[in-house]
Design a protein around this ligand. Structure first.
Ligand code: SF4
Length: 371
Protein backbone atom coordinates (compact mmCIF):
# COMPACT_ATOMS: atom_id res chain seq x y z
CA UNK A 1 0.00 0.00 0.00
CA UNK A 2 1.33 3.44 -0.94
CA UNK A 3 1.29 6.10 1.71
CA UNK A 4 1.89 8.88 -0.82
CA UNK A 5 -0.52 10.18 -3.45
CA UNK A 6 0.30 11.11 -7.03
CA UNK A 7 -0.85 14.36 -8.58
CA UNK A 8 -1.72 15.20 -12.18
CA UNK A 9 -0.06 18.58 -11.85
CA UNK A 10 2.43 19.63 -9.18
CA UNK A 11 1.25 22.21 -6.69
CA UNK A 12 2.81 25.65 -6.76
CA UNK A 13 2.73 25.49 -2.92
CA UNK A 14 5.22 22.60 -3.00
CA UNK A 15 8.05 24.72 -4.40
CA UNK A 16 10.75 26.32 -2.32
CA UNK A 17 11.94 29.71 -3.51
CA UNK A 18 15.04 28.16 -5.09
CA UNK A 19 12.96 25.53 -6.85
CA UNK A 20 10.66 28.24 -8.19
CA UNK A 21 13.65 30.22 -9.47
CA UNK A 22 15.02 27.09 -11.16
CA UNK A 23 11.64 26.32 -12.70
CA UNK A 24 11.25 29.83 -14.15
CA UNK A 25 14.75 29.72 -15.51
CA UNK A 26 14.16 26.29 -17.09
CA UNK A 27 11.14 27.71 -18.93
CA UNK A 28 13.09 30.71 -20.18
CA UNK A 29 11.11 32.98 -17.85
CA UNK A 30 12.43 35.73 -15.60
CA UNK A 31 14.03 34.00 -12.63
CA UNK A 32 13.93 37.11 -10.41
CA UNK A 33 10.11 37.05 -10.56
CA UNK A 34 10.16 34.12 -8.11
CA UNK A 35 10.68 36.55 -5.21
CA UNK A 36 7.64 38.59 -6.25
CA UNK A 37 5.55 35.45 -6.75
CA UNK A 38 6.45 34.35 -3.22
CA UNK A 39 5.36 37.75 -1.94
CA UNK A 40 1.95 37.45 -3.58
CA UNK A 41 1.45 33.91 -2.37
CA UNK A 42 2.70 34.18 1.19
CA UNK A 43 3.10 37.79 2.29
CA UNK A 44 0.19 39.50 0.55
CA UNK A 45 -1.72 36.21 0.39
CA UNK A 46 -3.57 37.04 -2.83
CA UNK A 47 -4.95 33.96 -4.58
CA UNK A 48 -6.31 35.73 -7.65
CA UNK A 49 -3.44 35.65 -10.15
CA UNK A 50 -4.98 38.44 -12.23
CA UNK A 51 -4.15 40.78 -9.32
CA UNK A 52 -0.46 39.89 -9.35
CA UNK A 53 0.23 43.21 -11.01
CA UNK A 54 4.03 42.99 -11.25
CA UNK A 55 4.09 39.44 -12.62
CA UNK A 56 4.12 39.03 -16.39
CA UNK A 57 1.11 37.53 -18.15
CA UNK A 58 3.40 34.85 -19.57
CA UNK A 59 4.37 33.64 -16.10
CA UNK A 60 0.80 33.71 -14.82
CA UNK A 61 -0.38 31.71 -17.85
CA UNK A 62 2.44 29.25 -17.37
CA UNK A 63 1.40 28.71 -13.75
CA UNK A 64 -2.22 28.25 -14.74
CA UNK A 65 -1.28 25.64 -17.35
CA UNK A 66 1.36 23.71 -15.46
CA UNK A 67 0.52 23.90 -11.76
CA UNK A 68 -2.28 23.05 -9.43
CA UNK A 69 -2.96 26.39 -7.73
CA UNK A 70 -5.62 25.15 -5.33
CA UNK A 71 -5.35 25.03 -1.55
CA UNK A 72 -6.97 22.53 0.80
CA UNK A 73 -10.52 23.57 1.71
CA UNK A 74 -11.75 24.39 5.20
CA UNK A 75 -14.99 22.39 5.35
CA UNK A 76 -15.81 22.84 9.01
CA UNK A 77 -14.58 24.82 11.98
CA UNK A 78 -15.47 24.88 15.64
CA UNK A 79 -14.67 27.51 18.25
CA UNK A 80 -13.83 26.55 21.82
CA UNK A 81 -14.86 28.70 24.79
CA UNK A 82 -11.18 29.60 25.28
CA UNK A 83 -10.75 30.90 21.70
CA UNK A 84 -9.08 27.79 20.28
CA UNK A 85 -10.50 27.07 16.85
CA UNK A 86 -10.37 23.64 15.23
CA UNK A 87 -10.53 23.37 11.43
CA UNK A 88 -11.39 20.33 9.37
CA UNK A 89 -9.41 20.67 6.15
CA UNK A 90 -10.11 18.65 2.99
CA UNK A 91 -7.34 17.67 0.58
CA UNK A 92 -7.83 17.27 -3.17
CA UNK A 93 -8.42 13.49 -2.90
CA UNK A 94 -11.13 14.02 -0.28
CA UNK A 95 -8.99 13.02 2.72
CA UNK A 96 -9.35 15.34 5.68
CA UNK A 97 -7.13 16.35 8.58
CA UNK A 98 -7.64 18.57 11.56
CA UNK A 99 -5.59 21.64 12.30
CA UNK A 100 -6.00 23.82 15.35
CA UNK A 101 -5.37 27.55 15.86
CA UNK A 102 -4.41 28.23 19.47
CA UNK A 103 -4.37 31.85 20.65
CA UNK A 104 -2.06 33.15 23.38
CA UNK A 105 -1.30 36.67 24.56
CA UNK A 106 1.26 37.52 21.91
CA UNK A 107 0.83 34.83 19.28
CA UNK A 108 -1.51 32.63 17.30
CA UNK A 109 -0.09 29.16 16.88
CA UNK A 110 -1.27 26.66 14.30
CA UNK A 111 -1.01 23.03 15.35
CA UNK A 112 -0.46 21.31 12.02
CA UNK A 113 -1.02 17.72 10.88
CA UNK A 114 1.68 15.90 8.94
CA UNK A 115 -0.22 12.72 8.02
CA UNK A 116 -3.79 11.52 7.60
CA UNK A 117 -4.04 9.47 10.78
CA UNK A 118 -0.93 8.04 12.39
CA UNK A 119 0.86 4.70 12.45
CA UNK A 120 2.51 5.08 15.83
CA UNK A 121 -0.54 4.01 17.83
CA UNK A 122 0.14 5.69 21.18
CA UNK A 123 -2.44 4.25 23.52
CA UNK A 124 -3.42 7.59 25.05
CA UNK A 125 -4.08 9.22 21.67
CA UNK A 126 -7.34 9.53 19.81
CA UNK A 127 -5.53 9.98 16.45
CA UNK A 128 -3.60 6.78 17.11
CA UNK A 129 -6.86 4.82 16.96
CA UNK A 130 -7.24 5.75 13.24
CA UNK A 131 -4.14 4.06 11.92
CA UNK A 132 -2.29 5.76 9.06
CA UNK A 133 -4.17 6.54 5.85
CA UNK A 134 -1.39 8.40 4.03
CA UNK A 135 1.35 11.00 4.23
CA UNK A 136 0.55 14.61 3.53
CA UNK A 137 2.53 16.16 0.70
CA UNK A 138 4.64 19.25 1.36
CA UNK A 139 2.07 21.47 -0.35
CA UNK A 140 -0.72 19.99 1.77
CA UNK A 141 1.23 20.81 4.93
CA UNK A 142 1.91 24.34 3.70
CA UNK A 143 -1.67 24.35 2.42
CA UNK A 144 -3.15 23.83 5.90
CA UNK A 145 -1.37 26.97 7.05
CA UNK A 146 -2.43 28.92 3.98
CA UNK A 147 -6.03 27.67 4.06
CA UNK A 148 -6.40 28.77 7.68
CA UNK A 149 -4.61 32.08 6.92
CA UNK A 150 -7.11 32.80 4.15
CA UNK A 151 -9.99 31.77 6.41
CA UNK A 152 -8.77 34.23 9.05
CA UNK A 153 -8.36 36.95 6.44
CA UNK A 154 -11.93 36.42 5.25
CA UNK A 155 -13.55 35.92 8.64
CA UNK A 156 -11.83 38.23 11.10
CA UNK A 157 -11.96 42.00 11.13
CA UNK A 158 -8.59 42.74 12.67
CA UNK A 159 -6.49 40.91 10.07
CA UNK A 160 -5.38 38.28 12.58
CA UNK A 161 -2.37 36.35 11.33
CA UNK A 162 -0.85 33.06 12.37
CA UNK A 163 2.55 33.58 13.98
CA UNK A 164 3.79 30.14 15.08
CA UNK A 165 3.63 26.52 14.01
CA UNK A 166 3.78 23.35 16.02
CA UNK A 167 3.92 19.98 14.27
CA UNK A 168 1.76 18.34 16.89
CA UNK A 169 -1.43 17.56 14.98
CA UNK A 170 -2.26 14.23 13.41
CA UNK A 171 0.69 12.11 12.44
CA UNK A 172 4.33 11.59 13.31
CA UNK A 173 6.19 14.33 11.41
CA UNK A 174 9.45 12.41 11.16
CA UNK A 175 7.62 9.44 9.62
CA UNK A 176 6.94 11.85 6.73
CA UNK A 177 10.43 13.34 6.89
CA UNK A 178 10.95 14.64 3.35
CA UNK A 179 7.58 16.37 3.01
CA UNK A 180 7.78 17.93 6.48
CA UNK A 181 11.33 19.10 5.78
CA UNK A 182 10.30 20.67 2.44
CA UNK A 183 7.29 22.38 4.05
CA UNK A 184 9.48 23.73 6.86
CA UNK A 185 11.91 25.26 4.34
CA UNK A 186 8.93 27.02 2.71
CA UNK A 187 7.58 28.24 6.08
CA UNK A 188 10.96 29.73 6.95
CA UNK A 189 11.63 31.52 3.64
CA UNK A 190 12.21 35.22 4.34
CA UNK A 191 10.66 36.33 1.07
CA UNK A 192 7.49 34.46 1.98
CA UNK A 193 6.07 33.69 5.42
CA UNK A 194 9.46 34.25 7.03
CA UNK A 195 8.74 32.26 10.20
CA UNK A 196 11.90 32.21 12.27
CA UNK A 197 13.41 29.04 13.64
CA UNK A 198 12.11 29.82 17.12
CA UNK A 199 8.53 30.01 15.86
CA UNK A 200 8.39 26.44 14.59
CA UNK A 201 8.38 23.39 16.83
CA UNK A 202 8.57 19.83 15.60
CA UNK A 203 7.35 17.17 17.99
CA UNK A 204 8.34 13.54 17.55
CA UNK A 205 7.39 10.33 19.29
CA UNK A 206 11.00 9.21 19.01
CA UNK A 207 11.70 7.73 15.57
CA UNK A 208 15.36 7.07 16.16
CA UNK A 209 16.63 6.63 12.56
CA UNK A 210 15.02 9.92 11.53
CA UNK A 211 16.24 11.75 14.63
CA UNK A 212 19.74 10.59 13.74
CA UNK A 213 19.52 12.23 10.32
CA UNK A 214 18.18 15.55 11.56
CA UNK A 215 21.45 17.26 10.78
CA UNK A 216 19.91 18.12 7.40
CA UNK A 217 16.66 19.47 8.87
CA UNK A 218 16.19 23.26 9.16
CA UNK A 219 17.02 24.40 12.71
CA UNK A 220 13.65 24.46 14.50
CA UNK A 221 12.64 23.77 18.10
CA UNK A 222 12.46 20.08 18.91
CA UNK A 223 10.00 18.45 21.27
CA UNK A 224 10.19 14.78 22.20
CA UNK A 225 7.08 12.97 23.38
CA UNK A 226 8.66 11.26 26.36
CA UNK A 227 5.69 10.57 28.65
CA UNK A 228 7.57 8.11 30.87
CA UNK A 229 10.99 7.76 32.44
CA UNK A 230 10.80 3.96 32.63
CA UNK A 231 10.75 1.61 29.65
CA UNK A 232 7.84 -0.56 30.85
CA UNK A 233 5.49 2.42 31.26
CA UNK A 234 6.66 4.09 28.04
CA UNK A 235 6.05 0.87 26.12
CA UNK A 236 2.55 0.70 27.57
CA UNK A 237 1.87 4.25 26.36
CA UNK A 238 3.89 4.21 23.14
CA UNK A 239 4.46 0.92 21.30
CA UNK A 240 7.34 2.60 19.44
CA UNK A 241 9.34 2.21 22.64
CA UNK A 242 9.59 -1.53 21.93
CA UNK A 243 11.63 -0.73 18.82
CA UNK A 244 13.46 2.31 20.16
CA UNK A 245 13.72 2.20 23.93
CA UNK A 246 14.86 5.04 26.16
CA UNK A 247 18.52 4.15 25.81
CA UNK A 248 18.41 4.21 22.00
CA UNK A 249 16.29 7.34 22.03
CA UNK A 250 18.68 9.28 24.24
CA UNK A 251 21.72 8.11 22.28
CA UNK A 252 20.04 9.57 19.17
CA UNK A 253 19.00 12.79 20.94
CA UNK A 254 22.63 13.45 21.91
CA UNK A 255 23.38 13.74 18.18
CA UNK A 256 20.67 16.35 17.46
CA UNK A 257 22.43 19.62 16.60
CA UNK A 258 21.19 22.12 19.18
CA UNK A 259 21.40 25.26 17.06
CA UNK A 260 18.56 27.68 17.65
CA UNK A 261 17.06 25.59 20.38
CA UNK A 262 19.38 25.36 23.31
CA UNK A 263 16.99 23.04 25.08
CA UNK A 264 14.94 20.12 23.89
CA UNK A 265 11.39 20.12 25.19
CA UNK A 266 10.20 16.85 26.68
CA UNK A 267 6.44 16.45 26.53
CA UNK A 268 5.10 14.49 29.47
CA UNK A 269 1.44 13.50 29.50
CA UNK A 270 0.59 13.15 33.16
CA UNK A 271 -1.76 10.24 33.80
CA UNK A 272 -3.29 9.39 37.15
CA UNK A 273 -1.58 6.51 39.00
CA UNK A 274 0.60 5.61 36.00
CA UNK A 275 3.41 8.13 35.57
CA UNK A 276 2.63 10.69 38.29
CA UNK A 277 4.55 9.04 41.16
CA UNK A 278 7.69 9.86 43.13
CA UNK A 279 9.66 7.21 41.21
CA UNK A 280 8.73 8.93 37.95
CA UNK A 281 10.22 12.18 39.23
CA UNK A 282 13.36 10.25 40.23
CA UNK A 283 13.46 8.61 36.79
CA UNK A 284 13.21 11.95 34.98
CA UNK A 285 15.97 13.36 37.17
CA UNK A 286 18.28 10.49 36.19
CA UNK A 287 17.38 10.63 32.50
CA UNK A 288 17.42 14.32 31.59
CA UNK A 289 20.26 16.82 31.47
CA UNK A 290 18.91 19.89 33.27
CA UNK A 291 20.83 22.49 31.27
CA UNK A 292 19.59 21.13 27.93
CA UNK A 293 16.03 20.12 28.82
CA UNK A 294 12.67 21.65 29.41
CA UNK A 295 9.82 19.48 30.70
CA UNK A 296 6.32 20.33 29.55
CA UNK A 297 3.69 18.55 31.64
CA UNK A 298 0.44 17.93 29.76
CA UNK A 299 -2.34 16.82 32.08
CA UNK A 300 -4.09 13.97 30.32
CA UNK A 301 -7.19 14.92 28.32
CA UNK A 302 -9.97 12.36 28.43
CA UNK A 303 -11.70 11.41 25.16
CA UNK A 304 -14.64 9.08 24.62
CA UNK A 305 -13.73 5.52 25.80
CA UNK A 306 -10.22 6.51 26.87
CA UNK A 307 -8.75 4.08 29.37
CA UNK A 308 -6.63 6.59 31.32
CA UNK A 309 -7.59 9.25 33.82
CA UNK A 310 -6.41 12.79 34.41
CA UNK A 311 -4.67 13.36 37.79
CA UNK A 312 -6.21 15.73 40.34
CA UNK A 313 -5.14 19.38 40.14
CA UNK A 314 -3.21 19.07 43.43
CA UNK A 315 -1.26 16.10 42.00
CA UNK A 316 -0.43 18.05 38.84
CA UNK A 317 0.87 20.98 40.92
CA UNK A 318 2.87 18.64 43.19
CA UNK A 319 4.52 16.92 40.21
CA UNK A 320 5.60 20.21 38.66
CA UNK A 321 6.87 21.65 41.94
CA UNK A 322 9.00 18.58 42.65
CA UNK A 323 10.69 18.95 39.25
CA UNK A 324 11.19 22.68 39.74
CA UNK A 325 12.77 21.98 43.15
CA UNK A 326 15.25 19.70 41.42
CA UNK A 327 16.32 22.52 39.10
CA UNK A 328 14.41 21.66 35.94
CA UNK A 329 12.79 24.21 33.67
CA UNK A 330 9.26 22.85 33.86
CA UNK A 331 5.88 24.13 32.74
CA UNK A 332 2.37 22.73 32.80
CA UNK A 333 0.47 23.20 29.58
CA UNK A 334 -2.88 24.89 29.97
CA UNK A 335 -5.46 22.68 28.37
CA UNK A 336 -7.00 24.41 25.38
CA UNK A 337 -9.95 23.48 23.27
CA UNK A 338 -11.08 20.53 25.35
CA UNK A 339 -14.77 21.23 24.75
CA UNK A 340 -14.28 20.73 20.97
CA UNK A 341 -11.85 17.80 21.28
CA UNK A 342 -9.02 19.96 19.97
CA UNK A 343 -6.66 19.38 22.86
CA UNK A 344 -3.47 17.35 22.59
CA UNK A 345 -4.10 13.70 21.77
CA UNK A 346 -7.75 14.34 20.95
CA UNK A 347 -7.53 15.02 17.23
CA UNK A 348 -9.31 12.57 15.03
CA UNK A 349 -10.89 13.33 11.68
CA UNK A 350 -14.57 13.94 11.96
CA UNK A 351 -15.49 11.76 9.01
CA UNK A 352 -18.13 9.87 10.92
CA UNK A 353 -19.84 13.05 12.03
CA UNK A 354 -19.79 14.49 8.51
CA UNK A 355 -20.56 11.16 6.88
CA UNK A 356 -17.62 11.51 4.49
CA UNK A 357 -15.73 8.36 5.22
CA UNK A 358 -16.62 4.79 4.51
CA UNK A 359 -14.40 3.01 7.04
CA UNK A 360 -15.03 -0.37 5.45
CA UNK A 361 -13.12 0.75 2.33
CA UNK A 362 -10.05 1.91 4.18
CA UNK A 363 -7.24 -0.11 5.54
CA UNK A 364 -4.93 1.45 8.05
CA UNK A 365 -1.23 1.33 7.22
CA UNK A 366 0.65 -0.67 9.79
CA UNK A 367 4.05 0.64 10.60
CA UNK A 368 7.17 -1.47 10.48
CA UNK A 369 9.98 0.01 12.52
CA UNK A 370 13.35 -0.28 10.78
CA UNK A 371 16.12 -1.23 13.23
S1 SF4 B 1 0.48 10.98 20.00
FE1 SF4 B 1 1.28 11.64 18.02
S2 SF4 B 1 2.66 9.94 17.42
FE2 SF4 B 1 1.33 9.11 19.03
S3 SF4 B 1 -0.41 8.17 17.90
FE3 SF4 B 1 -0.99 10.30 18.43
S4 SF4 B 1 -0.48 11.49 16.60
FE4 SF4 B 1 0.66 9.54 16.48
Amino acid sequence: MSINIKLEKPSLYALSLNELRDYLSSQGLAKFAADQVYQWMYKIQERDLSKWSNISKKIREDFENNFDLSLPTVIWNGLSKDGTRKFLVKMRDGQTVETVAIPAKDRLTLCISSQVGCAIGCTFCHTGTMGLKRNLLADEIVGQFMAVSHWLKDNTEDGTRLSNIVFMGQGEPLHNYDNVRSATIIFMEDKGLGLSQRKITLSTSGLVPQIEKMWDFPPVNIAISLHAAHNDIRTELMPINKAYDLERLFNAIKKVPLKAYRRITYEYILIADLNDRQEDIDGLTDLLEKSKSKINIIPYNDFPDSKFKRPSNSKIIWFQEELLKRGFVCTTRTTKGQDILAACGQLKSEYDKLNLWDQSKSKAFEMQFPQ
